[in-house]
Design a protein around this ligand. Structure first.
Ligand SMILES: [Zn+2]
Length: 448
């Protein structure tokens, strides 16, 4: 097997960014060495000043396949991922048909994915109102963990769980030792807010924001922390949008509770003050909140209360965004961002003094850890040879041709961003280089 050497003046390994050569044999990294220690005979690939980061891991993606492939699908989602520097996606269990709430559904997903993926993938198992008996089987079949909703997920067919249903599931989840990812909003505060908005103008972003108050997230997180204390399961809060929960999360963590937290590029980039009325491309749940809130989320990343950043890539056919009427009431909530998350994050992070180390931790190391994937998320000996080559200075304007997911709509269209993905390598071979795809789809399922 021939030895490949990938060189750059900025290789992002754990703890440092420095000139290095990544030595790759087959699909794995054999060693990371000084550039002058590359063995004779190795094939050299010199990326000069472009940074090499670990392949990104997105533990929160809605691929919608099988069953709603017209919304997205394995082929388009994984192409968009490769363009964005991702080498592993973990699919959410709800938008596909059947929902991934039992082993038969997981097998149907495996069938749908075969031969169609440009990057590796895995699937979270669903916890719904009545599938407590399926939890152990899903764990045995290889899911890395579970996902549930404390509120209607916006789509029928995947039920939310009430507190008592969650309590029925938790002993089963705790026994697996796997994390439970939770959409943390409770319906009570939202129902109350919506009632008070009778007659309000739903084209206004302010109406939508008022309809999903901080209190919905806060009360859900309080409930979850108390259940975490009681049952001892690994709790993961998905897409934290309210910064008001950070203090309680910090306290819970210092008390030793096994809780982790994610947020998304849209909460870190956009703000309620500048979302135009009718701009339903920016609708997601929980909602994008104020500019002050956004800056406090960045503080949460700085002090490590927030562990990771994932896309929550959640596309839909364009008519479902109700762009013509611009109603935040009826539009689908979800933002597609697989191809843009890295430049969005680099643009925002670099202007706040964060480094490539931070990006690699938030977008590769920590999500891989959440998914229990010990082979990805780091550039180190023994890991999969997954990496992304990033020109950190080049700027570009977001246009449709850069998106690559099925429906090329985006709240970021026309924005100028910093950081261009030059190449993405999956297990030792390029999948995306300088704007084009290479070879055949080689992505496969990552199983525990
Ligand atoms: Zn989601």
């Amino acid at each position: 097997m021939s030895l490949q050497a990938y060189l750059s003046r900025r290789v992002v390994t754990q703890g440092q960014t420095s000139p290095a050569a990544i030595l790759v044999e087959g699909e794995q990294i054999r060693a990371v060495v000084d550039p002058d220690q590359v063995p004779a005979g190795a094939e050299l690939h010199d990326f000069a000043d472009a940074a090499i980061l670990p392949g990104l891991v997105d533990s929160h993606v809605h691929i919608n396949d099988p069953g709603r492939a017209e919304w997205e699908g394995f082929e388009t989602a994984t192409r968009a991922a490769a363009v964005g520097g991702y080498t592993l996606l973990v699919d959410m269990p709800l938008n596909c048909l059947p929902a991934t709430a039992n082993v038969a559904a997981l097998e149907a997903k495996r069938e749908a994915a075969r031969g169609r993926c440009w990057v590796d993938w895995a699937a979270w198992g669903g916890v719904v109102s009545d599938n407590q008996a399926d939890i152990a089987g899903l764990a045995e079949a290889g899911v890395p963990g579970f996902k549930c909703f404390l509120i209607h997920p916006g789509i029928d067919g995947f039920t939310m769980v009430t507190e008592s249903q969650l309590r029925a599931a938790l002993p089963h989840i705790t026994r697996t030792g796997l994390p439970l990812l939770v959409h943390a909003e409770l319906p009570g505060p939202i129902d109350t807010a919506v009632e008070s908005l009778a007659g309000a103008d739903w084209r206004r972003y302010a109406t939508y924001l008022q309809s999903r108050p901080d209190e919905a997230e806060l009360s859900a997180i309080r409930l979850l922390l108390s259940l975490c204390r009681e049952y001892g399961f690994r709790l993961h809060i998905v897409h934290l949008a309210t910064s008001l929960a950070l203090d309680e999360l910090r306290t819970a963590r210092s008390a030793g509770l096994p809780v982790t937290v994610e947020t998304c590029p849209h909460y870190l980039h956009l703000d309620a003050e500048t979302i135009p009325d009718g701009a339903t491309l920016a609708k997601c749940a929980p909602p994008i909140r104020s500019r002050d809130n956004r800056e406090t989320l960045w503080q949460g990343l700085r002090d490590k209360t927030i562990d990771l950043v994932v896309t929550d890539h959640s596309p839909c056919p364009p008519p479902m965004k109700r762009l013509a009427e611009g109603s935040f009431k009826t539009a689908w909530g979800g933002i597609a961002s697989l191809s843009l998350a890295l430049p969005l994050m680099w643009t925002e992070a670099s202007r706040r003094g964060f480094t490539l180390q931070d990006i690699a931790r938030w977008m590769a190391g920590q999500p891989a850890k959440l998914a229990g994937c010990a082979r990805k998320g780091r550039i180190a000996a023994g890991y999969d040879a997954d990496f992304v080559v990033l020109d950190t200075d080049e700027e570009f304007t977001v246009t449709e041709d850069r998106l690559h997911y099925r429906h090329r709509i985006s709240p970021y269209m026309g924005e100028k961003l910093r950081g261009v993905v030059k190449a993405t390598y999956l297990r030792g071979a390029p999948v995306f280089v300088e704007g084009g795809f290479t070879g055949e789809p080689r992505g496969r399922e990552w199983r525990r």
